[in-house]
Design a protein around this ligand. Structure first.
Ligand code: SAM
Length: 219
């Protein structure tokens, strides 16, 4: 029996698009709305509501006590991560622009995040990542220069403990994405292939925001 054969009212209403439904499932609170406004003022595109909810859930599922974020922005994704992490967990977040770190500090303060729970490291991610402890992190979230995603991937996997998760923001899929030849698209495709072929990893591409590519490191 297909849904077309049911009479009106007999079938629960389906959302027109499941992605829209996922993006509207958990609304932002005041602190997130304010952080998003700050991001917009600075011209930085934060994670969507659906992507943020997935990040918070991943941090909670991992009981994350140590998370690395590449690309702090105005702190929107950081707030989701901090809210999913263990209450004593520390978010290490890297950004090349001091202005974004200032904005993120304001976002964290407004959300009553204890100052000791965030470690904001200024600089280029490729210079900062080698200074972090290999195997010392539960979750790595990547949302910075997409041409550098394959390099963040190599370094990020080393930072993860066994069973840890790495997540990449804005990894589109589909035939349109597959046709693009610009350097960002090529780098992102290289990343997607590397995750698929890496025997240490269990990957999945989630249709949230611009595409959230996640992979767990084997136990
Ligand atoms: C899209 S924004 C991050 C948004 C943030 N994750 C959120 O959802 O609120 C990208 C950030 O990456 C930073 N960025 C770009 N290239 C970088 C690099 N090579 N190293 C470190 N940060 C970089 C930018 O300054 C910007 O703040």
């Amino acid at each position: 029996v297909t849904s077309q054969t049911h009479t009106a009212g007999a079938v629960p209403a389906e959302p027109a698009n499941p992605v829209d439904h996922a993006e509207g499932y958990l609304p932002d609170d005041e602190a997130l709305v304010s952080a998003r406004a700050r991001a917009q003022d600075l011209g930085c595109l934060p994670v969507t509501v659906g992507t943020g909810a997935a990040l918070r859930m991943l941090a909670a599922a991992l009981c994350a006590r140590a998370v690395v974020e590449i690309g702090t922005g105005a702190g929107v994704s950081g707030l989701y991560l901090l809210r999913g992490m263990s209450p004593d967990g520390v978010l290490t977040s890297i950004d090349i622009e001091p202005e974004f770190h200032r904005a993120a500090r304001t976002s964290f303060r407004e959300a009553d995040i204890a100052p000791g729970r965030t470690r904001l490291i200024p600089g280029r991610a490729l210079d900062v990542l080698p200074r972090l402890t290999d195997g010392g992190y539960d979750l790595v979230f990547v949302d910075a220069a997409r041409v550098e995603y394959p390099y963040y991937c190599k370094q990020g996997i080393e930072l993860l403990r066994r069973g840890g998760v790495i997540a990449f923001h804005n990894v589109p899929a589909g035939s349109r994405a597959a046709d693009r030849r610009d350097s960002e698209s090529l780098a992102v495709r290289e990343l997607a292939r590397a995750l698929r072929e890496d025997e240490r990893l269990v990957p999945a591409l989630l249709p949230l925001g611009g595409g959230l590519l996640v992979a767990a490191k084997n136990c």
